[in-house]
Design a protein. Structure first.
Length: 252
């Protein structure tokens, strides 16, 4: 019986793959059989070591998604190296913190441009490529608990992740019948650079942990199973969904 979770022969582009959630997802996809295109502002040295140790193909593409300018080159480099594009994981993201009354336009634009604008236009570019393939494709957006909730002191992050949830549904509506699955993963509180300030704040960290039924911060590897599912044929009838990987946070 064919393994529906196998990604053998698939080509996956993962943005922000040098550390954290992107790295965890890239490694999980490689473990399932995919070759990896890692997109980021800095060389993904540790990610490359882990992926190539599994015997998978690997390509690093240096790109700053603060603008949409690098997007055509990301797609072109992927196709030039591997001949196709099967999976896109829109993971690259920023967060800026300040009270709403003090939030600056620069902090708004910086976050929305990466988390929402570039994510949409990269999905658009990938979608165009996938629509031309008989095998379709899979697009996975990395949303957030703040796709469901308001949060505090992260106005542009909340707006961008709420918007990304909406775009996930819109693209699913447009592309589901054309062989492209568009879904999202909403991570809970994960040990990454973006949560370093929260984890360093003893009071905040204690309060957060008290609400997580699993009793711990998540690890980047905890996102791997959901990513493999959404990237594989096991999810062929899953469209426009947000899967929360949050240790039970939303259930509390």
């Amino acid at each position: 019986m064919t393994n529906p979770f196998s990604l053998s022969g698939r080509i996956a582009v993962v943005t922000g793959a040098n550390t954290g959630i992107g790295q965890g997802i890239a490694i999980a996809l490689a473990e399932a059989g995919a070759d990896i295109v890692a997109v980021g502002r800095t060389p993904p040295v540790e990610t490359e070591k882990a992926v190539t140790a599994l015997g998978r193909g690997f390509l690093s593409v240096e790109a700053d998604l603060a603008t949409t300018a690098p997007i055509p080159a990301i797609i072109d480099a992927t196709v030039a190296r591997f001949g196709r594009l099967d999976i896109l994981v829109n993971n690259a993201g920023l967060i800026r913190r300040a009270d709403a009354v003090d939030f600056t336009e620069d902090d708004w634009d910086a976050v929305v441009d990466v988390n929402l604008k570039s994510a949409f236009f990269l999905a658009q570019a990938a979608g165009r490529r996938m629509l031309g393939q008989t095998t379709g494709g899979k697009i996975i957006n990395i949303a957030s608990m703040l796709s469901y909730q308001g949060g505090i002191r992260v106005a542009s992050y909340t707006a961008s992740k709420s918007g990304l949830a909406g775009l996930t549904r819109l693209l699913a509506n447009e592309w589901a019948a054309k062989g492209i699955n568009v879904n999202a993963i909403a991570p809970g509180y994960i040990e990454t650079n973006n949560t370093e300030a929260l984890r360093a704040d003893e009071g905040r960290s204690r309060d957060i942990l008290a609400r997580i039924p699993a009793g711990r911060w998540g690890r980047p590897s905890d996102l791997g199973g959901a990513a493999v599912f959404l990237a594989s044929s096991a999810s062929d009838y899953v469209h426009g969904s947000l899967i929360a990987v949050d240790g039970g946070w939303l259930a509390r």
